[in-house]
Write a protein that binds this ligand. Structure first.
Ligand code: GDG
Length: 495
């Protein structure tokens, strides 16, 4: 293979580049940092490294020329309109996303979507192979690119390959429904290390290897011979839970700025200085439990347990996947419910729900977090949920309370939150009331403990732990004799 352009020691690949193109009033275009959990997480990790990011620029059509933004080489992959529809909106978001989130809505299976998913994954693999330096580290992200690890390994056996799953990995009973389950598992097993948000996700993956493909697993490793390969190609892949986090110091510093502090006070004042301000911030996605949250709130208003202007709810819903029918339907339902609640319970000058279907700058988000008494994070299923950690990182005043679903990955670290099962509406109501009425001492000591966890384990630590695990795989970091060399002679560690 000829390598034409520059190459890099670290190559990150994700469906989307961390930027989007914006057109100014005078017609000039520029690239702006774009929203999303992955972008928030990786931004601080890539700055200052010899690194490239491979991804789709977000618009159908030929790939723009590679360019450099904030010191990172960005290498766009082009997708045609039909590929956007079949690979992204179709297979990724209407087949995999529902299956990986406990079939919160039904999944659709189409063979042409799968064929396009495979073709696009192959294009990503080729782009990665072009920009990876000899012996580079390649870090592939998320469910849209599950075939990329084995495709890269075929083209570039010299590189070290990791994959990180930002969303849950489903139980074998759900994963097994996919007609392409074998190809997906084999695609992932091209990696040296597979990282998941929760131990349960890693276990689900190992179970899929064993139960669906008859592979041998031992502790946190799976050993197998690649399809069509002979015994000499036998490989061992390690899996592990390395939960993602947030830029604690950056968020804390932002939320201490005089501008953000002043804006937080201004937000409260503009809402009529309620006694209790509650907040939800989510991509408008059916996995986030927005309907369940609104139902619990509506019942609390109905019961007369609370009423505006003393209490109000601000719901920020960031536009997401608007071309997928389930998302359009969700928007209609949420907006219908908000309209009904406001019609019934708002009074002149004080709304029961402030519903905001917008994307806000980071500083505005920090001000909203600071202004809030009770943060509602109630997903039905969520890989992690960065909003929960961001809220905690911004509360340097030890104010506020976090209501958190036990189905968010974040629950596994943030036990001092007010925990609820979003399906249990009575339970959600009780948890909200507890978060509102708990003593100040208890609320502050809970927030202190939450902040300690996120401060000790921030996004930089996450990236360090991930890259260390990738360098040592299939051995564990810290195992005597573990190195970052190839596979020969390495053995899985027993735990
Ligand atoms: C996936 C997994 C996992 C939202 N609205 C605005 C805004 N945001 C930011 C939040 C947060 C991010 O977007 C959303 O991250 P989440 O983690 O909540 O959710 P997903 O987008 O579903 O992310 C998830 C994540 O990947 C990372 O692994 O945690 O489980 O589903 O950072 O703050 N940011 C700004 N304005 C907004 O209006 N600036």
């Amino acid at each position: 293979m000829t390598v034409a352009g520059p190459t890099f020691a670290l190559v990150v690949a994700a469906n989307r580049l961390p930027v989007k193109r914006v057109v100014d009033a005078d017609g000039t275009t520029c690239w702006q940092r774009s929203p999303g959990g992955l972008v928030s997480a990786l931004e601080s990790v890539m700055r200052g490294r010899d690194a490239a990011w491979v991804g789709w620029a977000g618009e159908p059509g030929p790939a723009p020329e590679p360019f450099v933004q904030d010191g990172v080489h960005l290498h766009p992959v082009g997708l045609s309109p039909s590929e956007v529809q079949e690979y992204y909106e179709g297979f990724s978001n209407q087949t995999l996303w529902p299956i990986y989130h406990d079939v919160t809505v039904l999944a659709s299976f189409h063979r042409n979507w799968w064929n396009t998913y495979r073709a696009v994954n192959h294009r990503f693999a080729q782009a990665i192979a072009e920009v990876a330096a000899a012996g580079a580290t390649v870090w592939v992200h998320d469910y849209q690119l599950q075939l990329v690890p084995s495709m890269v390994r075929t083209i570039r056996p010299d590189v070290r390959i990791g994959w990180f799953d930002h969303i849950p990995f489903p139980p074998v009973e759900l994963f097994g429904r996919l007609p392409w389950r074998r190809a997906l598992v084999e695609g992932l097993l091209g990696a040296d290390f597979l990282g998941f948000q929760r131990a349960g996700d890693a276990e689900n993956f190992l179970r899929a290897c064993r139960r669906l493909l008859g592979m041998a697993t031992k502790a946190d490793t799976v050993t197998f011979t690649p399809p069509g390969g002979n015994a000499s190609l036998r490989r061992t892949v390690r899996v592990g839970a390395i939960p993602i986090s947030v830029d604690f110091r950056g968020l804390e510093a932002l939320s201490r700025t005089p501008e953000v502090l002043a804006r937080a006070a201004e937000i409260r004042a503009s809402l009529g200085d309620p006694k209790v301000l509650m907040l939800g911030v989510d991509r408008l996605d059916y996995t986030k439990g927005i309907r369940h949250r609104l139902k619990a709130y509506e019942e609390l208003l109905q019961d007369k347990t609370m009423a505006p202007p003393e209490v109000t709810l601000m719901q920020v819903s960031t536009p997401s996947r608007e071309r997928v029918a389930a998302y359009r339907q969700l928007r209609e339902e949420v907006e219908g419910t908000v309209g009904r609640i406001n019609g019934e319970y708002s009074t002149l000058g004080s709304a029961a729900v402030y519903y905001l279907y917008h994307f806000y700058p980071r500083a505005e988000m920090a001000a909203m977090f600071l202004a809030t008494d009770v943060m509602l994070v109630t997903p039905l299923r969520d890989g992690m949920n960065l909003v929960a950690k961001e809220y905690v990182a911004c509360r340097h005043d030890l104010g506020g309370a976090l209501v958190l679903s036990e189905f968010a990955g974040a629950w596994h670290e943030l036990h001092q939150a007010f925990i609820c099962n979003p399906h249990d509406i009575e339970g959600v109501k009780r948890t909200i009331m507890r978060a509102i009425t708990v003593s100040e001492d208890e609320r502050r000591s809970r927030m202190k403990a939450l902040r300690k966890r996120v401060e000790d384990y921030d996004v930089q630590r996450w990236a360090f732990r991930y890259l260390e695990a990738l360098a040592k795989a299939p051995l564990r970091p810290g195992t005597p004799g573990s190195g970052s060399g190839g596979q020969s002679g390495t053995r899985p560690v027993a735990t």
